[in-house]
Design a protein around this ligand. Sequence first.
Ligand SMILES: [Zn+2]
Ligand SMILES: [Zn+2]
Length: 370
Amino acid sequence: MKKSILIIALLSISFLHSQAHSHLSAKPLSFPDIPGYKSLKTDLHIHTVFSDGYVWPNIRVMEALRDNLDAISLTEHLEYQPHLDDIPHPDRNRSYTIALEEAKEHDLLIVHGSEITRSAPMGHNNAVFIKDANPILQDKAEDAFAEAKKQGAFVFWNHPAWHNQAPQGNPILSDFQKERIKKGELHGIEVINSVDYAQESLALALEHNLTIMGTSDIHGLIDWDYTEKGNQRPITLVFAKERSITSLQEALFAGRTVAIYNDLLVGKAEFLVPLLKASIIVEKASYVNNTQVLELELKNVTSSDLLFQNESEYSFYDSSPVFEIKAGKTKKVSIKTLIQKDEITLKLKAIGCFTAPNTQPIIQWAIKTK
Ligand SMILES: [Zn+2]
Ligand SMILES: [Zn+2]
């Protein structure tokens, strides 16, 4: 009897332990891989108490694990240090090393980064995959960028449309950025920063071949600033050959990204189209008895709600041509093919997704009906 009580006690302890050890939140982020690449969920713009954020670096690691991210970077402002009297830290790598220590036991990549912080026209820029933050702290912005380049950093322009620095809410590409792009010192641009999306920043990305980025720029808690308000943290989905720091870096330099915030997905067509195609699985396709009405069950395997508009040559039997498939859910639609077919092409425009300003991609699925 005693023995069985002991076993039950041990079992329940191990059960509690395994429960406690699940790091995922109620709504973890999830996106499928695309042909040839792994889809890595990253947030490369994050603050802690080591600049103007409000939490210790280990909390950022735990938040990322809850959100099911693959990689994060703690990008402290090098030059803006409001907590310096309370937390003196002459070594500007501290935030990174603390996060690295925390992540050791977990499956999360920590990218070494810093935010180079100036007023307009230079603005704010994140240098990630750096080796040492200290020498990037320079009087002249030009010297900071040159040092970041020397370290092999991938550098992106943060919140270029931020109204504090661009009062019209549109990015202003100055000679400073043009020079940095020409010198190979600026490689990416945020089109989504926190809750803001600027299609004018997307236009700059496409015009100057800058990598499309989306980041949370979180200062408080992810839970308070995003989750509790019914939002997801913005991320950059990076299409990497492997799940490693070097592969991630290679993919960012190569521009293989989609920026995501809730149901908004922004990326070059060559990556956004295969992502959306892999995001919808046709679970069922069969004709209603003795009719030419084809029933489809479409499953959205992502964590984003996806909004579509029918662009097929067939009209729908039972649904508005504009419809949503909720994250992780299956939607039934019936289409009128007029004659029974062995195979049809379903064509949907993803109306919450953009490959260029005001340009939404049309995705095609070849569907066998047997
Ligand atoms: Zn900033
Ligand atoms: Zn920032």
